[in-house]
Design a protein around this ligand. Sequence first.
Ligand SMILES: Cc1ncc(COP(=O)(O)O)c(C=O)c1O
Length: 367
Amino acid sequence: MINLVDLRRQFQSVKSEVLQQVAEVIESGQYVLGSKVNELEAKIAQRLGVTEAVAVANGTDALVLTLEGYGIGAGDEVITTPFTFFASAEAISRVGAVPVFADVDPVSYNIDPVEIERKITKATKAIIPVHLFGQPAEMDKIIELAKKHGLLVIEDACQAFGATYKDQPVGSLGDAACFSFFPTKNLGTMGDGGIVTTSDTDLAERIRKLRTHGTTKKYYHDRIGYNSRLDELHAAILLINLAKIDEWNQKRRELAERYRQHLGGVPHLTLPAESDHSSHIYHLFCIASDRREELMKALLEAQIQAGVYYPRCLHLQEVYAGLGYKKGDFPIAESLSEKLFAIPMHPFLQESEQDQIISILKQKGEN
Ligand SMILES: Cc1ncc(COP(=O)(O)O)c(C=O)c1O
């Protein structure tokens, strides 16, 4: 089977370092929020050119703690895309605020700034653009809108570690940004993890407090918080993977280019477009086709995994029925949910495997 991602191959490529580091952490007796987490936070902050990085238990918590850290809650609205993983909106609901959706751009699949502006009300407090599939959202226009209306911008960079927008790394563009280290993410660990990056020192302090039960001094609590800490084992693994991330992202970009060379122009297939002012890291390589089911079936028969991202837009999720949206409200996002699917993309995909994928898609697309 040729998989969408191949974590076993990834592990093999770093096996000796990981086993050595894991053994060191186990020997150290320090397991939660220790020196490895501190080192990871410092390295990520330095890499992104921000002053603060706060490691938490997962990407969803990174969003929840950031929203709560900014005091966003009941009575507030936060604008985001209906075409993303559920957690982007779930975090907004979790803090008691209302997710307000704005349709996406048909070319980048990212939230459309023109649609955002139409959704701003007196209750809007923040915008959460998602750098979907590894491609940065249109940040200049989003930040301009935010400034004009006095809103916060919280980047959901969970799928985009290492991507750049106008030569600036994602995670350094908004007021704060959230990353996920879920194993299948382009920068992942062998379990759950996440981090918030920001240059807002006060926000970082509030998030540090929130992640440890609302405490700054042990056993003294001045607010209700969470248990949302990163383990030393994950931080140690992430430090190893962080040292590889540019190489791995570059490999993804090369594979994307190869897909583009061989699949460009094939009927019934639309390849992901890359904006000329940003660097996409292809966390996922999603193609659009009006013959999605047929193509996915052909791939599966040839032992090639494919996956639909995302089969149902967030405004049409059962849990959001009460928000009053209906089918047809976001035609572009809805059309993408009917046409897009991901084909294998990871730094360990071999060219011979990619050739098999290309050959099936060409054969099916042209007939
Ligand atoms: C866009 C997006 N936002 C948020 C998350 C949540 O991250 P996590 O699974 O680490 O909680 C994910 C990934 O799962 C994601 O893809």
